[in-house]
Design a protein around this ligand. Structure first.
Ligand code: 3PG
Length: 308
């Protein structure tokens, strides 16, 4: 039985070594392709593979159609919008993610990005502190909870709106010192800094639109470490055009990156490559969790964290 680790954006070598160890100890064959540049390379590597570990690698119907032995895909990470779940389900392929495993890495980046922008990208001019600023978290999953915890250390006032809050989340809000507001409109109206933490779903695609953005304070900072598709980009450009103090920082380059850069100067910044989860620790956490989930799937039929 063969397990393939396919990562266009590679894990740290130590993580790969430990993933290999888990797979081989279980008696399976391990293969890896990294930094591949074309889908055909992935398709070729999948020929005789039964289990696949990926990151943001795109697994569409064509890829699935070319993997006749495939039984399980584990997305080493949280968001699985890169996998065609319908195509997988039709083939009875189990798709899982590893929720929470890279949350701390992304959360730390959120605070790093906020400081970078509050200090005017370190251009030498007077910036702003985080203390007593109002931080709004749109959605309250694993990353947002960690952001809240760290932000409280900066004495920020943290609030959230999440359309899908459970009793457990509410209990945790208390634990994290977060105030829950009643509507997303209220969240936007009362946040100096607004950070996006929703998964990309049918319901969340372009949910951050002009109507919502215009509720933010004039000099608000919008932070995106979620997915670029949750923001309606034309509406964001419009609001930044209208408001000379509005700022935007993102870990996912928008389609109009060059235009943002040219038009908005240091009111805008994008990391060159999505790097929220790109830490040694997160690679180990998510990568090893994925390998163990595959072994459990074949040994005991465990499908915890199945998403399809
Ligand atoms: C996730 O969904 O887990 C994060 O966006 C990280 O994605 P990556 O593995 O492509 O860095």
């Amino acid at each position: 039985m063969k397990v393939l680790l396919a990562t266009e954006k590679p894990f740290a070598p130590q993580a790969v070594k430990e993933i290999k160890g888990i797979i081989e100890t279980a008696g399976y064959t391990f293969a890896v392709i990294e930094k591949y540049t074309h889908k055909s390379e992935l398709i070729k590597a999948l020929e005789d593979v039964e289990a696949l570990i990926i990151r943001s690698d795109k697994i569409d119907k064509e890829v699935i159609d070319h993997a006749p032995q495939l039984k399980v895909i584990v997305r080493a990470g949280a968001g699985y919008d890169n996998v065609d779940l319908n195509a997988a389900t039709q083939r009875d392929i189990c798709v899982m993610n590893t929720p929470g495993q890279n949350a701390n890495a992304v959360a730390e980046l959120v605070l790093g990005l906020i400081i970078f922008m509050q200090r005017n990208q370190f251009d030498g001019t007077s910036g702003h502190e985080l203390k007593r600023k109002r931080l709004g978290l749109y959605a309250f999953g694993n990353v947002a909870k960690m952001v809240a915890k760290i932000a409280r250390g900066f004495e920020m006032s943290v609030q959230t709106y999440s359309p899908s809050l459970t009793h457990d989340d509410l209990r945790k809000e208390g634990e994290y010192g977060v105030l829950s507001v009643y509507s997303v409109e209220e969240l936007f109206e009362t946040s100096d800094i607004l950070s996006l933490h929703m998964p990309l779903l049918k319901e969340t695609r372009e949910c951050v639109n002009y109507a919502l953005l215009s509720r933010l304070p004039e000099e608000a900072l919008l932070v995106n470490t979620a997915r670029k598709e949750v923001i309606k980009e034309a509406d964001l450009i419009r609001i930044m055009d209208e408001r000379p103090g509005f700022r935007f920082i993102t870990d996912i380059q928008p389609d109009n990156h060059a235009l943002f850069k040219e038009k908005f100067g240091n009111r805008y910044f994008s990391t060159p490559k999505k790097s929220g989860a790109q830490t040694f620790e997160a690679n180990i956490n998510a990568g090893l969790a994925a390998a163990k989930q595959i072994v459990d799937f074949f040994h005991t039929g465990t499908t915890r964290f199945r998403v399809n």
